[in-house]
Design a protein around this ligand. Structure first.
Ligand code: 9MJ
Length: 666
């Protein structure tokens, strides 16, 4: 007779294996009743011998107490998002860029369905699931470990014993169409709110504070990649890594294929598009990824998406509805956008009541009139738009849109500059609509990240003149906030805490938050890195700004204009006085390689290509992936490939690794 300890281990091993057959392979080997008996025996053993319970025991999926809030997880390897391709042409450009950068004629891709769920990161240490997190903004996500543990298709312990010491697996958590239907049926029976679509249901379920609730939700996963890998190695191709993940008991979509070149991608896409409605779950496109990891490394990434992958989105979903009215919205920079108010219509998983018409020219081009029957499209999570008018259904009473000459919010003149598509309200921050939008932008996640300051609240604060500029936010008092609609004592105090917390920021976030025209996140970062100091930037001339790579005359003028306005300087002063602060940014002023462009090829022996790149950039150089006559020099490591020949043809100087090191040490 086995000892209780041995028997428990045996049972766990068996249950783990049958879980894998059932949830991952969808191919159970034993009847449910037999599985239940194994589970009951293990539960009985663990009740009798609590010291035998281990966190990765199959009985321990719902163990934890409800949380108050989710903790934060910083992703050690950022979770990138994907660039989209909305047409075959865009897919072809992606493939062309990849081939050009790699200097090859054809590339092998893996093709996988693009699930419409939530990206998650699963961290395994020595084969045990130790942490799970949502993607969040890609840099930081929420710790949802205890919820993820309740998802049966996610192993608490990997099969086999040849895993890296630390392995981060990434995938999409979702709810199948059938699961979604059952979930909503149950909600209806219990008089609860129903979910709009499977994606919302999955998001809502994963972000439950009580894991016992999550455990009741039919969440599933498909894994599609890895992040951090330490103490071990993975194969050199994405397709092989996916196979390895399957072997470790992780659930990977079985229909993922390796395809050759653009032609292979298009063929896979067409096939899946046809099968889309027969799949058990919603997908919104196909993801193509360069299969060879060495090629991926060579391609790198831009902003928040890798250069080696693209999501080819399916055609948008469309429905018919009627235009009830056309009026205009005033944006943060005064841009006047005509908006069609629609009879509510369910399209792409949500009820749509408004659609943007972009600008006056667009209204004319599409000839949309009040009363028209129109095709509305909602593609993925993109803003709904009117595709076309069904002219056959137009009646005599349909009325054309007239662009107002005065701002509907503040009454200031609307001006349209020759050659520009957009008309603007000239009211600036006198206009309540512009103030409102400026405040929303200031508070937004990627700017000052003030949690709990929602759009509706900003509207009230501006309407009641409690907040006239962004700095006024920091003098709000909890008693006042608590009196607002849909606010209470608790949320008021939470918001005050969030405001307090937002005061500690970075120069780049602060610059972005100010909402200077044409200064997006990337420009804000460049400005922070180049100037390092707000005061210095505020004194900069257009010429100083234009001297910076990436900043053109229009942006430079907007920046100088912004800081020249006394009003803006006052607001900045008020913000700093309120306690908004950031850590000093160190800038490298020694930029001897400014204006030079380098290309690096081949394998370096004393550093990685990334390190070399950073070294050159720190001295002001640009590092590019492709050679041209304008390239200052090619740095060639071992096995340099065709770039070396090309450099010789173009008469571009070639540096050895040693030459580059000497350059860096200058
Ligand atoms: C989805 N959503 O199905 C990726 N994804 O890869 C697949 N998402 C992804 N891959 C890198 N299949 C970033 C995101």
């Amino acid at each position: 007779m086995a000892t209780p300890e041995k028997r428990a281990a045996q049972l766990r091993e068996q249950i783990r294996y049958h879980n894998f057959r059932y949830y991952v392979l969808d191919d159970p080997q034993i009847p449910d009743a037999e599985y239940d008996r194994l589970m009951q025996e293990l539960q009985a053993l663990e009740t009798e011998h609590p010291e035998l319970v281990s966190p990765d025991s199959p009985t321990q999926r719902v163990g934890a107490e409800p949380l108050k809030v989710f903790g934060e997880v910083r992703h050690e390897v950022p979770m990138l998002s994907l660039d989209n391709a909305f047409s075959d042409e865009e897919l072809a450009s992606f493939d062309r860029r990849v081939r050009e950068r790699l200097e090859v004629d054809s590339v092998e891709y893996t093709a996988e369905p693009k699930l419409d769920g939530l990206a998650v990161s699963l961290l395994y240490e020595d084969g045990q699931l130790v942490r799970a997190a949502t993607r969040g903004d890609g840099a930081t996500g929420e710790n949802v470990t205890q919820n993820v543990r309740t998802i049966q298709s996610i192993p608490l312990r990997l099969l086999g014993n040849d895993h890296p010491h630390r392995l981060e697996v990434r995938g999409e958590v979702f709810i199948s169409r059938d699961g979604f239907r059952r979930l909503n049926e149950r909600a209806l029976q219990q008089g609860q709110k129903i979910f709009a679509n499977p994606r919302n249901a999955a998001a809502g379920s994963l972000r439950q504070l009580d894991p016992a609730v999550t455990a009741q939700r039919p969440l599933e996963i498909y894994c599609y990649g890895t992040g951090l890998v330490e103490g071990g190695e993975l194969p050199g191709r994405h397709s092989e890594i996916l196979q390895q993940l399957r072997d470790w008991g992780l659930r990977v979509y079985p229909g993922i294929e390796r395809v050759m070149g653009l032609e292979g991608c298009v063929k896979y896409y067409r096939q899946l598009e046809k099968q889309r409605d027969q799949l058990a779950f919603d997908i919104d496109g196909v993801v193509f990824k360069v299969d060879r990891l060495d090629q991926r490394q060579q391609l790198g990434f831009v902003a928040r998406a890798p250069r080696w992958a693209v999501a080819r989105k399916f055609a948008a979903q469309e429905e018919l509805t009627r235009v009830i009215d056309i009026d205009v919205q005033v944006g943060r920079t005064g841009a006047i956008t005509p908006v069609a108010r629609l009879e509510p219509v369910f399209v792409g998983g949500v009820t749509v009541t408004n659609a943007t018409l972009h600008n006056e020219d667009e209204v004319r081009r599409k000839d949309v009139r009040v009363g028209d029957t129109v095709v509305v499209r909602r593609a993925g999570d993109v803003i709904p738009e009117i595709v076309s008018v069904v002219k056959e259904r137009r009646s005599e009473t349909c009325r054309s849109f007239v662009m107002p000459t005065q701002c509907p919010v503040c009454g200031s003149d609307i001006e349209k500059i020759e050659g520009e598509a957009v008309a603007r309200c000239t009211g600036g921050l006198y206009c309540a609509a512009q103030r409102r939008e400026a405040i929303k932008h200031f508070a937004s996640r990627r700017a000052m990240d003030i949690e709990g300051l929602g759009d509706k609240l900003v509207d009230q604060l501006v309407d009641l003149k409690l907040v006239e500029d962004v700095a006024d936010l920091y003098s709000l008092r909890p008693e006042i906030l608590a009196g607002m609609e849909r606010m209470g004592d608790k949320s008021a105090h939470k918001l005050i805490a969030a405001l307090e917390c937002s005061k500690e920021t970075t120069l780049e976030r602060f610059l972005y938050a100010l909402g200077i025209r044409e200064v997006g996140e990337a420009t804000a970062r460049t400005l922070a890195q180049e100037f390092g100091d707000l005061e210095v930037l505020m004194q900069a001339s257009e010429a100083d700004l234009e001297a910076i790579h990436d900043i053109g005359p229009v942006v430079a003028r907007h920046i100088v204009n912004f800081f020249q306005q006394a009003h803006n300087r006052e607001v900045i002063d008020k913000l700093l006085t309120a306690g908004v602060h950031w850590q000093a940014v160190t800038v490298s002023r020694h930029r001897p390689l400014e204006g030079h462009t380098y290309v690096i090829t081949g394998t370096l022996s004393s550093m990685t290509r990334d390190q070399a790149k950073q070294g050159l950039q720190a001295l002001g150089a640009k590092v590019s992936g492709s050679l041209s006559k304008k390239t200052s020099a090619l740095v060639a490591g071992d096995n340099p490939g065709s770039k070396l020949d090309k450099a010789e043809k173009l008469q571009v100087p070639v540096l050895s690794e040693q030459d580059m090191i000497e350059l860096l040490q200058q």
